[in-house]
Design a protein around this ligand. Structure first.
Ligand SMILES: O=P(O)(O)OC[C@@H](O)[C@@H](O)c1c[nH]c2ccccc12
Length: 260
């Protein structure tokens, strides 16, 4: 079994258990369920820099990145750096995050927040909304075309933006549908952890114009962003490059200043 299969197997168990502890009807009663969403796709379209900064403590490819973070402070730092949005990893077992991280970020900022997790069930989308997310990530590598359709339409029905992540042409062609707002190309292969920005460049011409294009992972230089912009990318998801420093917000600030 590859790592992605393991993550999804564990995720199915986690979701089944969570459903018994907090039923959907209770999620719907969260005050955040009625909060007006803040669109990440719109923010990216109106930005010259397009940075989406991530909160990530550890990952299966890197182990520890930063265990001493205060997610509320990181959120404030990213906001004052001028990011378009923040991605909050909520997977516990493999990334050291939690759904509470999302609500703590939401308590600190009103910028668009992406719930970054392995979403396989509507329940997790309800949970994302209840804990303050504006956007969900769907990963084509772990979903069928039908699942992508059902989950993205459900997210749209509760006013969440959808970022669909692909890694190759096959995933991309099966996924193109009107219920998505943004198409993200992950430069990291989630099965082997290999990283190459060429993945974004190679797939760019296959993404229809009406989707905001996002390049994800392995981005650490201004040059990388400048070259990805030539391929039509408007969003850049950066985690480790900021999180490996003591002050992720300040690192993001310096980075964004150089982009302007
Ligand atoms: O830390 P990086 O290399 O800048 O990558 C950030 C983000 O793209 C990465 O964390 C990510 C992209 N897609 C994912 C899916 C699940 C978990 C994590 C991810």
């Amino acid at each position: 079994m590859n790592i992605l299969d393991k993550i999804v197997t564990d995720k199915r168990k986690e979701v089944a258990l969570k459903k018994t502890v907090i039923p959907r009807s209770q999620l719907e009663r969260s005050v955040l369920f009625d909060r007006k969403s803040n669109s990440l796709a719109t923010a990216l379209k109106h930005s010259d820099t397009g940075i989406i900064a991530e909160h990530k403590r550890r990952s299966p490819s890197k182990d520890t990145i930063n265990q001493n973070t205060n997610v509320g402070q990181v959120a404030k730092g990213y906001k004052s750096a001028g990011v378009c949005g923040m991605s909050v990893l909520t997977d516990i077992k493999y990334f050291g995050g939690s759904i509470e991280d999302l609500v703590l970020a939401r308590a600190s900022v009103n910028i668009p927040l992406l719930r970054k997790d392995f979403i396989i069930d509507e329940y997790q989308i309800m949970e994302a909304k209840a804990y303050g997310a504006d956007v969900i990530l769907l990963i084509a590598a772990v979903l069928t075309k039908n699942e992508i359709k059902n989950l993205s339409e459900f997210a749209k029905s509760i006013n969440l933006d959808v970022l669909l992540e692909v890694h190759n042409e096959e995933e991309l062609t099966k996924s193109i549908m009107p219920s998505l707002d943004m198409l993200g190309v992950n430069n990291r292969n989630l099965k082997t952890f290999e990283v190459s920005l060429d993945t974004s460049k190679d797939l760019s011409s296959l993404i229809p114009e009406d989707f905001v294009k996002v390049s994800e992972s392995g981005i650490s230089s201004i040059e990388a962003i400048k070259s990805l912009k030539n391929y039509g990318y408007e969003g850049f998801l950066i985690g480790e490059n900021f999180m490996k420093t003591d002050k992720p917000g300040e690192s993001a600030h310096k980075f964004i200043d150089q982009l302007k």
